[in-house]
Design a protein. Structure first.
Lengths: 342, 184
């Protein structure tokens, strides 16, 4: 049985609230207890910073009532108080887990909410969703400016500028998938400025999301669009700015002309289903996926059997018409060298 | 019987947006240019400018060819645009984001080449930088004008970027044929 406990930290700085909320999101993947970060002063678990006057007052009131307020405080270091749960700075996921578990154990059962009895499993493509969720969280905190460091690949996220920067040493290390995995697997945030002159490459959040979709989709649609049958675009994604593959232009051109099923896209573009799904996920994340109708609303069978897109037609066109010439032009201009193989 | 096929592409845009450079980036041979001394230094400081057209081509082994025509950038030569646009399957519009109003520049060319765009294909290549106008802004502005065309950030001195623009046109032509809604 899964239980759910609300957690709040109203007085902490935005960057620390962000970090705690990220950790709590990560914990939700692996724990039977679901914690949820909320802005509710009455939440059962309250993070305090005893260097702040507001939190000192909160704790004094709580102690004056002998702690019988149906709330449990967790004091964020360095100030320690005997008999109180403490979380040392800088925050670490493991210590947070311990502190929250201790806090849960001190709560009366009435404060625990039954969340779900579904088993909790983590599918590979959930990494993408979780990572994008984390980036989305960072966008809410406009003063957030941190280094996300791991191994030899430090990444700096500047939420105010909506950009991410990679250090030069990380330039050739296919950073985005590693960033995503590191964010999910072992997030460490440190308050530090990058060494002067070391931050060189800036990319947009859209670029980050797009690259993650390309790297982490694993042939599975994001859960928000997993039940959709028909896809189209509201506008062309800027493939060049996204670091995308020119082969994706064919999908864009197709979906700008008409809505299609995944099967139709694969047939018309001759790209692999995995590439098409990564493209669809990327378009969803950056906001250019326009219509993604659910199966129950769309006569999918009728569309699948329409003769407008068929491999036979594509084949005959390729042999006879402009398509054959386009293929030769692509070869002459070396388009094929940059394409995703079918 | 002449069975050789041709695809004609127009490359247009304001003076100094890189039309001649873009053609030179992919043409088999140095492009044929009709350059004259630039007497409109108020609009752009470059020494020469195209007054009739630029021409480049990619010739295939079987005689098929891609013809690339660059239009004059100055508005007073816009009578050439209609002439050059005849028979074209696609238009590349180069927008110089360092100019004061790149959205209006783009709109002018979309309007002037509307017939070619509606019958064929189009792509916008946005070069340089503007403090507020991004490719997304251009794409939305074009869509509001009824042209759902792709807009890409490009540096036309890079062959790869010019190829991206051409591939965007080819993809539109190809998908129009595949979906049986346009070019056969």
């Amino acid at each position: 049985m899964t239980t759910k406990i609300m957690v709040t930290a109203n007085a902490l700085p935005a960057s620390e609230r962000l970090l705690l909320s990220m950790f709590i999101l990560l914990m939700a993947l692996e724990s039977d207890t679901q914690f949820e970060f909320v802005n509710d002063p009455n939440a059962p678990i309250v993070f305090l910073d005893l260097q702040l006057a507001a939190d000192q007052t909160w704790l004094a009131n709580w102690q004056a009532r002998g702690g019988f307020t149906n709330q449990v405080p967790i004091c964020c270091g360095p100030v320690r108080q005997a008999a109180l749960i403490t979380l040392a700075r800088p925050f670490q996921l493991a210590q947070l887990r311990e502190a929250l578990t201790a806090g849960r154990d001190q709560l009366p059962k009435a404060r625990l909410i039954q969340a779900s009895n579904q088993p909790r499993t983590v599918a590979p493509h959930r990494l993408l969703e979780r990572t994008v969720q984390l980036i989305g969280e960072s966008e809410k905190f406009l003063d957030w400016r941190q280094i996300v460091g791991f191994d030899d690949l430090p990444i700096v996220l500047f939420a105010r500028e909506q950009k991410a920067y990679a250090m030069p040493s990380a330039k050739y290390l296919s950073p985005w998938s590693r960033l995503a995995l590191a964010l999910v697997a072992d997030l460490r945030l440190e308050r530090a400025e990058p060494p002067p002159g070391t931050v060189t490459d800036a990319v947009s959040y859209s670029f980050l999301k797009w690259q993650m979709a390309m790297s982490l989709s694993h042939g599975m649609l994001l859960s928000d669009i997993a039940n959709c049958q028909i896809f189209s675009l509201s506008y062309w994604p800027d493939i060049s700015a996204l670091g995308g593959n020119p082969a994706h232009l064919r999908i864009s051109a197709l979906l700008m002309r008409r809505p299609c099923t995944l099967k139709q896209i694969v047939m018309a573009t001759t790209l692999t289903p995995e590439n098409v799904i990564a493209f669809i996920n990327g378009c969803y994340l950056i906001g250019c996926l326009a219509a993604a109708k659910s199966a129950e609303k769309t006569p999918a069978e009728v569309i699948l059997t329409t003769p407008k897109i068929s491999s036979q037609r594509l084949s005959s066109s390729t042999n006879k018409g402009f398509l054959g010439m386009l293929g030769k032009l692509r070869a002459a201009l070396n388009f094929g060298q940059r394409d995703i193989s079918a | 019987v002449n069975t050789r096929r041709e695809i004609k592409i127009i490359i247009t845009g304001t003076m100094g947006s890189g039309k001649t450079t873009a053609i030179a980036a992919v043409s088999d041979a140095p492009p044929v240019s009709t350059e004259a001394t630039n007497t409109d230094l108020a609009r752009h400081t470059k020494a020469t400018t195209t007054v009739a057209m630029d021409y480049g081509e990619v010739l295939l082994a079987d005689g098929d060819r891609l013809r690339l025509y660059g239009t004059p950038g100055q508005g007073r030569f816009n009578f050439m645009w209609e002439i050059l646009g005849k028979g074209a399957l696609g238009v590349v519009i180069l927008v110089d984001l360092s100019r004061p109003d790149p959205v209006a520049d783009m709109g002018e060319y979309l309007t002037d080449f509307a017939n070619v765009i509606r019958a064929g294909s189009a792509v916008i290549g946005a070069g340089r930088e503007h403090p507020s106008v991004t490719t997304t802004v251009l794409a939305k502005a074009a869509a509001q004008m009824g042209f759902a065309v792709p807009v890409f950030s490009v540096d036309v001195r890079r062959r790869e970027d010019v190829l991206l623009l051409l591939e965007a046109l080819f993809s539109q032509i190809e998908m129009a044929a595949v979906t049986d809604e346009g070019i056969e």
